[in-house]
Design a protein around this ligand. Structure first.
Ligand code: SAM
Ligand code: DTB
Ligand code: SF4
Length: 331
């Protein structure tokens, strides 16, 4: 069984790599489940406390009426998703939500805006929010769409810790999901964020009808970046009524868990976040995701616009699994 070099324990203590090839990643996915999880768990333990989970809370600071056509997203103005649009929130309401998230145990506060790209005046208001949240003792993350060099520099100067911008899927499958901006646009924004010295939060969504190869290629895009993203959110599609992806055939949960394990192996030092979709996962499935190397979650009753498990339920789950919160992705 261990004759296959892809599963040799000796190869498990590998250095950080940026040259992953499709056949190797496909070989990881194809391993017997127990072998894959074992390999991921060894790498996880070499790099992290296996019982520690980083906890982030999300807030939608500007909701809906988005010009983009992302096929999964209830916030696009093009789809009838029964969402009430809301303008950019006032700073005091944002800080109140952040304080509540902190008091419930979140260490990072992620603010999301339904924009294709922010205007310069929006950036000034977001910087105020970032500074207010930092003053509460939390790490900050924002996701605002595409950025210019100047906007990126302003966010860095303003003290932002992380910028979230997802690749979502493989370059090949991307045009099936989004037509209003290109994969290269996303890579350009990510390069700006990296070059400005802001930590990168970048991952994708699975369960959108993509192929095995698309999932492998997404992970290759992430792992072959010049530096691995510090946070890698792996989202399971949340199917929302009115969006084009509503009704997509559900992904086999074991393939989702394998995706977490392969991400852990390819990006040993990154926080792999078990992200959207937890509300439709059993506690046992989430436990397997943590065993496969996920060590971050979104915590709080809401993601951006859809439901997340209740905080009491998550607290109980942590207790049952002996998990504790803590840690930063750039320790
Ligand atoms: N508008 C900005 C943008 O798209 O870059 C920032 C906010 S956008 C909602 C942030 C990310 O949320 C998307 O890139 C996507 O990966 C994720 N997302 C949105 N809707 C989702 C859904 N229904 N299921 C899973 N993930 C979703
Ligand atoms: C990420 O990868 N997932 C989060 C966060 N980054 C911004 C967003 C999930 C959104 C799920 C659908 C919603 O609640 O609107
Ligand atoms: Fe707009 Fe972002 Fe939703 Fe796409 S994912 S429709 S850019 S809010």
């Amino acid at each position: 069984m261990s004759a296959n070099p892809a599963i040799s324990p000796i190869q498990q203590s590998t250095a950080i790599r940026h040259d992953w090839q499709l056949d190797e990643v496909q070989a990881l996915y194809a391993l017997p489940f127990n072998e894959l999880i074992f390999k991921a768990q060894i790498i996880h333990r070499e790099n992290f406390d296996p019982n520690e989970i980083q906890v982030s809370s999300l807030l939608s600071i500007k909701t809906g009426s988005c010009s983009e056509d992302c096929g999964y997203c209830p916030q696009s103005a093009r789809y009838d998703s029964d969402l009430t649009p809301e303008a950019l929130m006032p700073i005091d309401a944002v800080l109140k939500a952040a304080q509540q998230a902190r008091d419930q145990g979140a260490s990072r506060f992620c603010m999301g805006a339904a924009w294709r790209q922010p205007k310069d005046r929006d950036i000034e208001r977001v910087v105020e929010m970032v500074q207010g949240v930092k003053a509460l003792g939390m790490e900050t993350c924002v996701t605002l769409g595409m950025l210019t060099d100047e906007q990126t520099a302003r966010l860095k100067d303003g003290g932002l810790d992380y910028y979230n911008h997802n690749l979502d899927t493989s370059e090949d499958y991307y045009s099936e999901i989004i037509t209003t901006r290109t994969y290269q646009d996303r890579l350009d924004t990510l390069a700006r964020v990296r070059d400005a010295g802001i930590n990168v939060c970048c991952g994708g969504i699975v369960g959108m009808g993509e192929s095995d190869i698309d999932r492998s290629k997404l992970l290759i895009e992430l792992a072959n970046m010049p530096k691995h993203p510090e946070s890698v959110p792996v989202n399971m599609l949340v199917q929302v009524e009115g969006t084009p992806l509503m009704g997509t055939e559900a992904l086999d949960p074991l393939i989702f868990i394998r995706t977490i394990a392969v991400a852990r192996i390819m990006m040993p030092n990154s926080r792999v976040r078990l992200s959207a979709g937890r509300n439709n996962m059993s506690d046992e499935m989430q436990a397997l995701c943590f065993l496969a190397g996920a060590n971050s979650i979104f915590y709080g009753d809401k993601l951006l616009t859809t439901d997340n498990p209740m905080t009491n339920h998550d607290r109980r789950l942590f207790e049952r699994l002996g998990l504790h919160s803590g840690g930063s992705s750039y320790a």
